[in-house]
Design a binder for this molecule. Structure first.
Ligand code: ADP
Ligand code: MG
Length: 238
């Protein structure tokens, strides 16, 4: 149902072509990781999938339907950003409820979904607190909770752990893996951290200069990098 396909997707900003024709088929439930150097187009690609940015060429398809002109809230996609973008004047529960209130979800349903998400993320003790009282790792869990309550068919993560210290990064990475195992939802995860990519991904998409350098399982890329660039990124032999 949520199979996701990109066909010849392009993006230009003025005279600058930053995504140069990307083809990608993602199976329902797959954990896909985009890696590549800063500025190679990872965030732009995610934002086009989410509907936060128009595509300049090609198609984004979800469940066999072209989504190019479908507004973001109707795509069944939730995105978690590096900056948690929580509302400081709202409690954790209110932060997690806000999007559902906008979409007129019944109050009882909102409460139920927030409670479930808080359970998954071990946020129950913090529901009535302000985000200001939470640690960086807890705030990022609230941001993930806000995505979970929407029950999306696809989760997009844009470098969600890069503001956390090393220990918390490892811990939150394990939680994201657990979340994927539990929900079985398609996830696309952007990182420039090789360990995150190798441990989380079913398949890794290596991007370079707005193009796909290679797609494969972590083991495939490690054993058979297509070129020196991929080998450099993945740490395999060339
Ligand atoms: P990454 O996430 O891989 O670091 P981005 O997708 O953010 O890369 O950016 C890819 C390229 O597109 C960069 O050269 C960046 O400067 C450019 N870019 C991104 N957003 C815009 C924008 N709104 N206007 C102009 N250029 C942009
Ligand atoms: Mg980025």
């Amino acid at each position: 149902m949520a199979d996701l396909a990109l066909h010849s997707v392009e993006k230009t900003f003025g005279a600058l072509k930053v995504i140069k024709g990307i083809d990608l088929d993602i199976r329902n439930g797959e954990f896909i990781v985009f890696v590549g150097p800063s500025g190679c187009g990872k965030s732009t690609l995610l934002r086009m999938i989410a509907g936060l940015e128009n595509v300049s060429g090609g198609t984004v398809e979800i469940g066999g339907k072209v989504m190019n002109n479908t507004p973001a809230p109707q795509r069944g996609i939730a995105m978690v950003f590096q900056s948690y973008a929580l509302y400081p004047h709202m409690s954790v529960r209110e932060n997690m409820s806000f999007g559902l209130e906008l979409s007129k979800t019944p109050k009882a349903k909102i409460q139920e979904r927030v409670d479930i998400a808080a359970g998954i993320l071990q946020l129950e003790p913090y529901l009535d607190r302000s985000p200001r009282e939470l640690s960086g790792g807890q705030r990022q869990r609230v941001a993930i909770g806000r995505a979970i309550v929407r029950e999306p068919e696809v989760f997009l993560f844009d470098e969600p752990l890069s503001n956390l210290d090393a220990a918390l990064r490892g811990q939150t990475r394990v939680e994201i893996a657990r979340l994927h195992a539990r929900l079985g939802t398609t996830m696309i995860y952007v990182t420039h951290d090789q360990v995150e990519a190798m441990t989380l991904a079913d398949r890794i998409v290596v991007l370079n200069g707005g193009e796909v350098a290679q797609i494969g399982t972590p083991l495939e890329l490690y054993r058979n990098p297509a070129n020196a660039f991929v080998a450099g990124f993945i740490g395999g032999q060339q």
